[in-house]
Design a protein around this ligand. Structure first.
Ligand code: FE2
Length: 174
């Protein structure tokens, strides 16, 4: 493991060990990611180039006790995730390009999603959130490849990914 990644993992390990609530943990981890945001050099040139078919994820670290995972996501322009939420807290930092995030609220009575906000995150931006209320979709809205580091509060290899559910529902304007 390179030095940049090792320093980030050590810092995250220190705050995850506090066993705070998901919300507090997300904030503590976000502080550490802000302080130790790696450069795109944590990926190989081939990984940094992205994939013309879809956005790609690369697992950089899984904590041996399963308490967190560090993953890099690489998006070519216009590549987008499904609308989804997560099984646990998630912190992400953009290290190249611009990611555009849309948030949604689930309206169970009407069986639809309602737009709940948008935000653009340029390189250097770090954000964290915790369920519930974390239904979102992320796309690369810029014209260069975007790369972000995501830290999830689980072992992503054990459960396949940190996605709880994908939502294929109509979306209404707020
Ligand atoms: Fe997500």
């Amino acid at each position: 493991m390179g030095t940049e990644l090792a320093q980030l993992v050590t810092a995250v390990r220190g705050v995850v060990g506090d066993r705070a609530s998901w919300q507090d943990t997300a904030e503590l981890v976000a502080e550490q990611l802000e302080r130790h945001l790696p450069s795109p050099a944590v990926l190989t040139a081939e990984q940094r180039a992205g994939d013309p078919q879809r956005y790609r994820s690369h697992v950089l670290h899984i904590e041996p006790d399963g308490s967190f995972s560090v993953v890099a996501l690489v998006w070519r322009p216009d590549q987008v995730t499904p609308i989804h939420d997560h099984v646990t807290w998630c912190v992400f930092g953009v290290i190249r390009g611009v990611e555009y995030e849309e948030l949604f609220a689930l309206d169970e009575d009407r069986g639809c999603l309602v737009e709940a906000g948008t935000g653009a995150a340029a390189a250097g931006t770090v954000n964290g959130f915790a369920p519930p209320g974390d239904i979102h979709r992320v796309r690369n809205a810029g014209d260069e490849t975007a790369i972000s580091i995501h830290i999830y509060g689980t072992d992503v290899s054990r459960i396949g990914s940190s996605v709880r559910r994908c939502y294929d529902l109509p979306v209404l304007a707020a």
